[in-house]
Every structure is written in C-alpha cells, then in structure tokens.
Design a binder for this molecule. Structure first.
Ligand code: WT7
Length: 579
C-alpha cells in the first residue's frame, strides 16, 4: 500500500533504522476491512456502509444515554442512511471535497451523522472541544478557513456570534436544535436541511491519501497547530482497536473521550465502527457513580478512558464498589497522561481487570505504544504495536536536524517513531516549517522524553517542551499568555503547568502589570474572569500571580521553566528535574 512519505526534509538520521525492520501488513488489514482498492477508499464507507453491504446493517452502532436516564439507539443501516442525507444536504449547500466542516456540540446523534456525512463527500472534518471559549474557536476556524460549522443554538449565541464577523470564510452555520428568534443570514436548521435532502447514497471518490480529519493541537509557541489526517488512517484505527484495545466484533465498547479531541474521534467514532461494535455514548458530563453504574448496566466489554477520570473514580471509591460486579468487562485501557502502577492495580481491585496504559498523540492519529492484553507492566506505557517501530533518540547538535539512536536500555531520550504508519499526520495546516521540524530523516520526533527497559517497554519521563497537560488536554502556554496580554492591565504573562492531584497539572499564570496599574484582588478576579470568558474553563488559568518582572532568555523569551522551578521550589539551574 503506498503510504505517503511525510516530508522531504534534507536532514537525515545519523544512525538510520533499517527499512523493513517492521513489517506492517497494511495490505492484510485493508483486506480484512473489505477494501477493494487500497489506493482509493473513504473512511466513512469503511466505518459504516461496508457493514450494511455485508448484511450487518441491523447491528447497533451507537447507543446514546441521555442525561435524564433515557436512551436511544442508531443502527449501522440508519447511520448509513442519515449520513447519506447529510452528505446530500452539504452538497446542496455547495460544500464539497476539501472544504472544512467544523463541529461544536455535545455528544449527540447529529454530531456522528455530521462527521460521517461530511467524510462521504470528501470534506475535512474538524471537531472543536465544546468547552472552548470564543478565542480558541476563532483561531482554529480562521486558520483552516472553515466553511461550515455545525453547532447548537446556545453555543452559537455564546461563543460564535461574538466572533462571526472575524470569520469571513464561514459560509454556513447549521444549528442542530431550535434556534429560536429570527434566523441570521447563512444560518440553517439542521433538521430542516435533512428533511429536504435527497436520500440517495453518496460517495464522492476519495484517495486513501486525501485529507479527512483536522485536529488542532498545542505547541509551546505560536498558534495552535492543525494536524491533518487522511482517509487511510482508519486502517490504523481498526488495527489498534483490535490489537491494543482487544476490541472484537459484537463487543459493547465505551470510549469516554469527547469527539472534540482526537481520542474521541479515532476511538470514539472511527475505530469502533470499523470493527463493527456497539458504542455507548454518554451525553452527560463526568459523574463517578453514573460512570460505574453505566459500566455495569450497559454490560461494557471494553472501556477506553483517561487517567484523570481514573483518579476521580479512585477518589470516590468507597461509594463506588458497594454491591456491584462487572462480569462483562474484559479490557480496560487509558491514554493521555501517565498512568501510575497504583491506578493499574486499583483497576484490578475494583473491576477485576487491570488498566492498560497506551501512548499516542494527536499527530500519530492512533495508538503507537500499548500494554496489550496479557503483557502488561504496571507503570509502563507498553511496547510498540505491530507495524510500529519506536526508538529512543538524542537530538545531535551537528549537523542540525539529525538524531542519534540510543540503544542502551534505561537511558532517557526522546521518543521517535519510524514514519509510514497510515494514521500519521500529513501536515500542520499552513505551517510547513513546523511540520518539517518534527522529522529527522525517517523518524518522527514526538517531543516526549522516555526510557525503554530491557524488555522493550517504554516508560514516560516527561515532555521536552513547555506544553501543559491538564485533565488530559494539551494546552499551549502561549495561547493562554496571549489572551492575558490582551487585557489592558497586563504587560507580560508567563504560563506554566503546576502539579495537581486530580488533573495532573493545573494552569498557573504569572503576570506583570503595565505602569501605573496596581495589583489587587479585584484585578486578579477580573483577569481570571477575562481569561475564562475568552478561553473557556478547560483552557483558562486556575491561578494568577502578580510578579514584578518575569525571567527572560537573552533572546527575550520568557523562561517558563524557571517560573516553574521557582513555583515548585526546585533548584533553578537544573532543568532536568523539571521534566
Ligand atoms: C501527549 C499527546 C492521543 C491521545 C491523547 C492526547 C501525553 C499521551 C500518554 C501516556 C504519559 C502520555 C504525551 C503526548 N501522553 N499518552 N500513556 N503516558 N503521557 O493526545 O493531546 O496530542 O497529547 O500526551 O505527552 O505527547 P495529545
């Protein structure tokens, strides 16, 4: 199968991995997925229509649990038909191949239909986290030149209406619930469009390498990066769901991640559909008792969740365990942050199953490293999944852009992956230099520091940059600093992640004030509110401290590491203790 090579970077690895050292049998995976032509297929067809064509249309694809305890289900056949209709509705609006369709709504049926319908016409789907405030939304839609936004009336009013004038490319807003009041120009009612649309099956031809998904992620500097993924990513979603998550056709699966993030898209929508399982979708927000009740009552077989959720469940433990058993639960896995050995064992004590850590990133599009069924090491991230080769490397100073592979076990270095897996990102939208900088010859450099033990298991050590992980969400300090600096009282801002027992890290900002502005509790409250209004609660700082001055490098960059060292009372010169 022709897997598009990521880049033409002139740099090369000083010690090149052997080509063919991994034998990813992607052709066999494509065959398993009933893909006739490996070069031309559409992930929505692989996910949904293929099952209908093979007589599996009556299976339940999603079972939606509403907040009030009611539920409804949608079968693979219904999902195929609804997404055809939505694809036709988009076409009727003049939306076509390559156009970007953004989503900003909760986990409801319309979201899933929108994703699949847009994929069917070759549009590029970009989900936004519903907890984002107006600024993260504006930035992402503007960068991608978003043409369509599917959202709810209340999200539109609160978050999109104030920035709509700054989004000239946004042609159509589709509202999935009652808009109320007078509709605005280029505003459509999702249900009316669906009712008017043709039900004819649609499939715009797409190449395996055509763009399909755009997931924004954060770096240390600059604007968020739009990681672009292609249709063949579904080969990876499927293969890893089978091998790393032990997902089997007919299973009942619960991925607790929101589709606003890559985990909720790759493993909340595409992977389970590709395998042909029934996914449980909880429309409500996290609640420890509700979650445990759901695991038991829905007879979940495979559960994919996050360490922050595990920690919150661990905290609520005495109330949870009482009188429940989970005979259906076969496999539990987690992703996004370190999962310590204690949490792995807590899974065993509480559910009778350990929690299997997995590692990947927005850029990798799918699981790269995992504790597979039957080979788990508590505290480790696991071993590379079949078809993936991982290395520990050191960035060499000279020639610039080269790396050296560290063969010795238990040595800390950066995690690097041999390029060529199908769900690898193909671009940072509009930022080719940043994309190229992620590669050294045939290796993708992850930015994570790890060590590999003598058994080949990888252990997470830390990030090599300043990005923050709070409640599993990657947050770029610059996105937060920029918003604080937009406040008239603020001269400069430096943002760090501070250890937090539940969220992993919480966001703390240090600000200096403009001349003649006095620090006060009232100003602190105003800055917190300003950040929250603009960024939304998931990205806004929890704490703001006033500082006389912020430390700078000679080139003028704020030294976040030093701020962090001072905050944690660590030696200022030793940056390695900060990882
Ligand atoms: C970063 C990627 C892709 C799913 C989640 C979020 C951290 C991920 C683990 C793990 C320790 C982990 C890394 C990585 N991370 N999994 N098992 N142990 N850290 O994707 O938002 O792009 O974040 O999350 O630092 O680089 P993302």
């Amino acid at each position: 199968m022709p897997v598009h090579h990521p880049c033409d970077t002139p740099a090369s690895a000083s010690s090149s991995p052997q080509p063919g050292a991994v034998s990813p049998d992607w052709a066999a995976i494509a065959h398993e997925l009933e893909i006739a032509d490996e070069r031309a297929f559409n992930m929505a067809w692989v996910a949904v229509d293929r099952h209908v064509a093979a007589g599996r249309g009556a299976r339940i694809a999603f079972r939606f649990l509403a907040e009030d305890g009611s539920h409804h289900e949608v079968s693979y056949r219904q999902l195929a038909e609804l997404s055809d209709r939505f694809a036709n509705a988009l076409t009727a609006l003049g939306v076509g191949k390559g156009d970007s369709v953004f989503l900003l709504c909760g986990r409801r049926c319309e979201l899933y239909v929108t994703v699949l319908g847009a994929l069917k016409i070759g549009a590029v789907v970009s989900p936004l986290f519903p907890v984002f405030g107006p600024e993260p939304i504006r930035n992402r839609v503007a960068q991608a030149g978003g043409k369509v936004l599917v959202t709810t009336a209340s999200a539109y009013r609160r978050k999109v209406a104030p920035i709509r004038a700054e989004l000239p490319t946004l042609r159509h807003v589709l509202v999935i619930d009652d808009l109320g009041g007078a509709p605005l120009p280029e505003m459509h009612d999702w249900n009316t469009l669906m009712a008017a649309a043709s039900a004819a099956p649609v499939l715009v031809p797409t190449a395996a390498d055509d763009p399909a998904l755009l997931h924004f992620t954060s770096g240390t500097t600059g604007t968020p990066k739009g990681a672009l993924h292609v249709h063949q990513a579904i080969l990876m979603h499927y293969a890893t769901a089978r091998r790393a998550l032990d997902l089997q056709p007919g299973d009942i699966f619960w991925c607790t991640a929101d589709p606003g993030w890559v985990t909720g898209m790759s493993y909340g929508i595409l992977a389970p559909l590709a395998v042909g399982v029934t996914s449980i979708v909880d429309e409500a927000e996290f609640d420890a008792l509700r979650w445990v009740a759901t695991l038991a009552a829905e007879r979940i077989n495979v559960w994919y969740t996050a360490p922050t959720a595990v920690r919150m469940l661990m905290k609520a433990r005495p109330a949870l365990v009482a009188g429940r058993s989970f005979p259906a639960l076969r496999f539990i896995a987690s992703v996004g942050e370190p999962l310590n050995a204690e949490a792995v064992r807590w899974g065993m004590a509480t559910f009778g199953r350990p929690i299997h850590d997995t590692w990947w990133q927005t850029e990798t599009g799918g699981i790269m490293i995992a504790n597979a069924a039957g080979e788990l090491k508590p505290g480790a991230m696991g071993r590379p999944v079949p078809g993936v080769a991982a290395h520990v490397v050191r960035r060499a100073g000279e020639p610039k852009g080269t790396v050296e592979i560290i063969e010795a076990p238990d040595t800390v270095g950066e995690l690097a992956l041999e390029t060529g897996w199908p769900s690898m990102f193909r671009a940072y939208l509009g930022q080719p230099e940043r994309y190229r900088a992620c590669f050294a010859g045939p290796l993708y450099l992850s930015g994570d520091l790890v060590r590999r033990d003598a058994d080949g298991f990888f252990w997470f050590v830390g990030r090599s940059d300043d990005v923050i992980k709070s409640a599993g969400h990657l947050i770029g300090p610059f996105e937060v600093e920029r918003v604080l600096m937009a406040h008239p009282a603020v001269a400069e801002a430096g943002v760090i992640g501070k250890p937090d027992p539940l969220a992993g890290e919480s966001i703390k900002a240090f600000v200096t004030l403009k001349r003649d502005v006095e620090a006060s509790e009232a100003l602190r409250a105003e800055l917190l509110a300003h950040a929250r209004r603009s960024l939304g609660p998931a990205v806004a700082p929890r704490e703001i401290a006033f500082a006389e001055a912020l430390p700078h490098t000679r080139s003028g960059k704020i030294m976040r590491r030093l701020l962090k060292a001072r905050e944690l009372g660590l030696p200022e010169g030793d940056s390695s203790t900060l990882e």
